[in-house]
Ligand binder design. Structure first.
Ligand code: FES
Length: 223
């Protein structure tokens, strides 16, 4: 079993210090509803950053359901792009994109040309919110049903606290119980981006204090 995560704050940095055989006291998930997998025909799967890992599970499932699958994997820069070989092994075709153009296409604009040439029946996008917004904006004029995986800030993960609320098609829904997958053409991405940034100062402070305290409660550090 593999566990993929990106070290961005205190908790994920702590996770990065764990060794094989170490334990987590609590782990919640998977939350919400299973992905809808069936034979749609021609499917476009777009994954960015750490979410390339779960995207490839969908790629595999979509292939097994009989779909033709084109996969796009992207990252900020080439050094943090991963699982390219796995994507190639699972997909009919793979495109690579980076924000700075250090590998593959620069950004996702190339997709407009791809979609103009070929008809897709479904698009699945997983990654940073801004990336999913971009993909949804690109697929909308082509009328391609687009499913995005949202991971808003969560507390209880049980539909009680309301912290994970997202607006989809004008309705308030909860990421943890109604999601994680939503219609990308209906999601209020601007609201989601705003909510995702609400605690950035506290997250930064927590990470800095943790680093100042030596990087780990248990005395272990990467150095
Ligand atoms: S995390 Fe509390 S309602 Fe979803």
């Amino acid at each position: 079993m593999s566990f993929a995560f990106h070290e961005v704050g205190k908790t994920t940095k702590e996770l990065g210090l764990l060794n094989e055989g170490d334990c987590l006291e609590n782990l919640t998930g998977p939350l919400g509803n299973p992905s809808e997998i069936k034979n749609y025909g021609n499917v476009l799967c777009v994954g960015g950053s750490i979410m390339i890992a779960p995207l490839l599970l969908q790629v595999k499932a979509m292939k097994e359901a009989g779909n033709k699958v084109t996969t796009v994997i992207g990252a900020r820069i080439k050094d943090v792009l991963f699982m390219e070989e796995e994507a190639k092994a699972l997909s009919d075709r793979v495109y690579v994109a980076t924000d700075d153009g250090s590998k593959g296409y620069k950004g996702l604009d190339f997709l407009k040309e791809v979609l103009a040439k070929e008809k897709f029946d479904r698009c699945v996008a997983m990654g940073p919110v801004v990336m999913m917004k971009t993909v949804s904006d690109i697929t909308k004029p082509f009328g391609i049903p687009t499913v995005v995986t949202l991971t808003p800030i969560m507390i209880d993960g049980m539909g009680m606290c309301g912290v994970c609320r997202v607006t989809v098609g004008g309705k308030m829904l909860f990421g943890c119980v109604d999601g994680p997958e939503f219609d990308g053409h209906q999601v209020d991405f601007d609201e989601l981006i705003h909510r995702q940034r609400l605690f950035l100062p506290e997250e930064r402070l927590s990470s800095e204090l943790w680093e100042l305290a030596g990087g780990c409660k248990c005395g272990r550090s990467k150095a």
